[in-house]
Design a protein around this ligand. Structure first.
Ligand SMILES: C[S@@+](CC[C@H](N)C(=O)[O-])C[C@H]1O[C@@H](n2cnc3c(N)ncnc32)[C@H](O)[C@@H]1O
Length: 251
C-alpha cells in the first residue's frame, strides 16, 4: 500500500516538478508565509552539516551554502528533482540521494547539526518512522525545522471570498487529488491534525522549540489582496495561515 502511494506520487511528481523549481525554498517557508529572514529560526549555519528532507530543486541547500554550511546533504523521492538540484548546486560538493524520506537508506546517524524540510514532510506515508529517522540523523543539540501546509488549511474552502470549513478535520487518512498543479497528475496526500505532528515529534524524542502558524510575509504588506478562491491566495492567507512551521531539538 505504502509502495503503491509512493509509486503513484513519484509518477505524478514527474509531470509537475517544473512548477517547483525554486518554489517553496528557503528563505521562503511556504506560500505567502513569513520567511527565514523574518523569523530567524535557524541557529548559526556557518560550518554546520545540514540535511534537507525533500530537497526538491536544491534551492534551500543553495541558501544553506550561502550561509556557510560545511556539508550539504539532500534526499528527494524524485530523480528529476535530483538532477535539477545538482544543476542548482553546480560545483558545490553535495551528497544527494534519490530516496523516500520514510526509508532508512543508511544516512549517517548522530551526524547532522541541522535537518530541515520545506514543504515536503507532509508527503510522508509514515510520519512516525520519518521523525524517528530524522531524530537519529541529528547530533545531540541538533535542530529540526520543517514547514508544511497548516493542517487546517486544506479544509478552509473559499467560495466567492467566503471562507468555510469543508470536509472533516477529525478524520485523518489519505486524500487522493486527481489533479495537481492544474495537471492530470493524481497524488495521494495524508491528512493529519496539527496535534499528530506535535505528538509524533514528541514520541520520536524531540523537544518542541516553537510552533508557528505563519502570518503573511512583510513582502506582501503593500500588495492589495483581490478576492480569490484559489487554493493559495493572499486574500485567504490574510485570514488563515497557509503554513505551519515547527522547530524541534534533539537534546
Ligand atoms: C514542494 S517540493 C519541496 C521544495 C524543496 N524543499 C526546495 O527547497 O526547493 C516537495 C518535494 O517533496 C518531494 N517528495 C514527495 N514525497 C516524498 C517522499 N516520500 N520522500 C522524499 N521526498 C518526497 C517531491 O519530490 C518534491 O521535490
Amino acid at each position: 500500500m505504502t509502495m503503491d502511494i509512493l509509486q503513484q506520487n513519484k509518477k505524478s511528481w514527474d509531470k509537475v516538478a517544473h512548477h517547483f523549481n525554486g518554489i517553496d525554498a528557503l528563505p521562503s517557508y511556504g506560500p505567502f508565509s513569513q520567511t527565514e529572514e523574518e523569523l530567524r529560526l535557524f541557529e548559526e549555519i556557518t560550518n554546520k552539516k545540514v540535511l534537507d528532507i525533500g530537497c526538491g530543486s536544491g534551492h534551500s541547500l543553495l541558501y544553506m551554502a550561502d550561509k556557510g554550511a560545511s556539508e550539504l546533504w539532500g534526499v528527494d523521492l524524485f530523480e528529476k528533482q535530483m538532477e535539477t538540484a545538482k544543476e542548482t548546486l553546480k560545483v558545490l560538493p553535495s551528497h544527494l540521494y534519490c530516496a523516500a524520506m520514510e526509508e532508512d537508506i543508511g544516512l549517517p546517524k548522530l551526524y547532522f547539526d541541522t535537518v530541515y524540510s520545506i514543504y515536503a514532510i507532509g508527503w510522508t506515508t509514515d510520519l512516525a518512522s520519518t521523525f524517528k529517522l530524522i531524530y537519529s540523523y541529528l547530533k545531540p543539540g541538533g535542530e529540526f525545522i520543517f514547514s508544511w501546509d497548516h493542517p487546517l488549511y486544506a479544509y478552509m474552502q473559499s467560495q466567492n471570498g467566503q471562507i468555510s470549513l469543508t470536509g472533516s478535520y477529525q478524520e485523518e487518512g489519505l486524500t487522493t487529488y486527481p489533479r495537481f498543479k492544474g495537471e492530470e497528475a493524481p497524488v495521494v496526500i495524508p491528512n493529519r491534525k496539527r496535534s499528530t505532528y506535535i505528538n509524533e515529534l514528541i514520541k520520536a524524542g524531540f523537544t518542541i522549540g516553537c510552533v508557528i502558524e505563519s502570518e503573511v510575509s512583510k513582502n506582501f504588506e503593500m500588495v492589495e489582496a483581490e478576492i480569490s478562491d484559489r487554493y493559495y491566495s493572499l486574500y485567504k492567507a490574510r485570514k488563515f495561515p497557509t503554513t505551519m512551521i515547527i522547530k524541534a531539538k534533539r537534546m
